[in-house]
Ligand binder design. Structure first.
Ligand code: SF4
Ligand code: SF4
Length: 138
């Protein structure tokens, strides 16, 4: 069964043919669900990954991604938002490529639609007040 992951590219890896290598070298079926990548800049890909032949191929592929500096986060992670600490500054809204985080145009309060979250972690880094955390549900 295919599982969803968010791949995080640094400026050094964004031009590499990473998905092609996943398919060719590791026999991984890749389905791109969402992409936010600019040449020479950081980027994120939401993908479904499925090992076509051996289940162990997926573990090898994930280890290879880590070795080349491409982060790979399972969407099984879950987002927590501390509304009490939130100052509604809006700093997190521009970095969420899943449109989870928006400011209400009437109240100017942050709205969080957790159902759209793909657990990329961008907002965790972006919030100056540490309002977001991701847990693994363990
Ligand atoms: S982790 Fe944060 S930035 Fe990433 S999709 Fe979820 S709400 Fe958006
Ligand atoms: S960056 Fe933090 S404080 Fe600012 S709106 Fe987002 S959650 Fe609230």
């Amino acid at each position: 069964m295919a599982e969803k992951y968010v791949l995080g590219y640094s400026s050094g890896t964004v031009s590499e043919p990473v998905l092609w290598k996943l398919i060719k070298d590791f026999n991984i079926q890749v389905n791109i669900l969402k992409a936010s990548i600019s040449p020479g800049l950081e980027g994120s890909l939401l993908v479904e990954l499925h090992a076509e032949q051996e289940p162990g191929d997926l573990e090898k592929a994930l280890a290879w991604l880590d070795s080349i500096g491409v982060s790979c986060v399972s969407v099984a992670k879950r987002l927590s938002w501390n509304e009490e600490k939130c100052a509604d500054c809006g700093a997190c809204t521009g970095i969420c490529f899943s449109s989870v985080l928006t400011l209400d145009r009437e109240t100017w309060k942050l709205q969080v639609d957790k159902d759209k979250c793909v657990a990329c972690g961008n907002c965790v880094k972006a919030c100056p007040f540490g309002c977001f955390t991701l847990d693994f549900g363990e």
